[in-house]
Design a protein around this ligand. Sequence first.
Ligand code: ADP
Ligand code: MG
Length: 382
Amino acid sequence: MAALLPGQATLGVLGGGQLGRMFVHAAQALGYRCVVLDPDAISPAGAVAESHVKADYLDPVGLAQMARDCDAITTEFENVPALALETLAGMRVVAPAAAAVAVCQDRAVEKAHFEAAGVACAPHAVITNEIELAGVDPALLPGILKTSRMGYDGKGQVRVRTPAELAAAWDDLKRVPCVLEQLLPLRAEVSVLVARGSDGQVVNYPVQQNLHRAGILAVTEVPAPAVPADVQAAAVAAARQVVQALGYVGVLCIEFFWLDDGRLVVNEMAPRPHNSGHWTMNGASVSQFEMQVRALAGLPLPEPRQHSASVMLNLLGDLWFPAGDDARTPPWDRVLALPGTHLHLYGKAEARRGRKMGHLNITADTPDAARAVAREAAVLLG
Ligand code: ADP
Ligand code: MG
């Protein structure tokens, strides 16, 4: 495909959340016009795009408008109906493809894809009916029961220790299709961002080490402080293998568990930029959002270079409620007085506990210096 050139083309994104907003910012910086499709009247991405198509993802009128106004269209979240992408693909450039997004929508399908690509995942069983439930290998317990579809930020997951707890948890999850995964002893969690162009070129970012709290990403550090070089190389190789096997076009993020026994297993993947890649906005030569724009537009994909040690702190709505019920604005002036701090707020109307409101990137010459500033920022935000 001939590249869609900056200053001429219009790019569309399905979904109006923060990832869509940062895609729009990156696209606009390059000189593209942007259209966001999101059903909500007010959305973080809709507020910054040149235009906002307010329609459901499967609304034929809304999709037709996207096809009319955009030269190429992407998605900011994996749960957009695959049919929406398929419909648009009949009319416009769409990347990633509906089939690749569909793989990421279902944990069981995703795990089968990892195994087919030769990448190990956690021992698991698929549970879609009573017979599969009864046949679960007890060696998978204790485990985590996860809904196959629609889970995020630890939602749709229940930890279970016994067959009785497993059966009760499956009831609680309304007996929807699930995957039971063995509870693994994690030494560290890492993720790798890769991008693949329509010409098959693949580039990757360095390994990101992630700390989760209550199932939600809290902190990302790059370079990964606790993970040896050979494990990092294995994660990068596995990520590149997966993106090739999918014939994927766009930015993809793969999460891994590094286990106490030294094994590396893949956890899940997201067909889009990822929260753990937000550090690239300030710590790398090309942000993950610019990479997404380039892949969609058919522009060259530069090998990204990390120029600063980076720490990313997720800013959840809880920071707006340090004591009691009255919301405050966190002391951004004091946080921004710290060296190497870069604040990104998503423009959400209202802070709520557990809601991702923004992130703070910290860049420095050395990992120790970045971490020291991150600690100071955390105290101020405490
Ligand atoms: P989500 O789609 O909500 O991100 P994940 O499968 O990534 O779901 O799980 C969220 C977090 O829960 C992981 O980042 C990890 O900290 C923990 N977790 C998930 N699966 C396992 C497992 N099999 N063993 C141990 N911890 C796990
Ligand atoms: Mg995850």
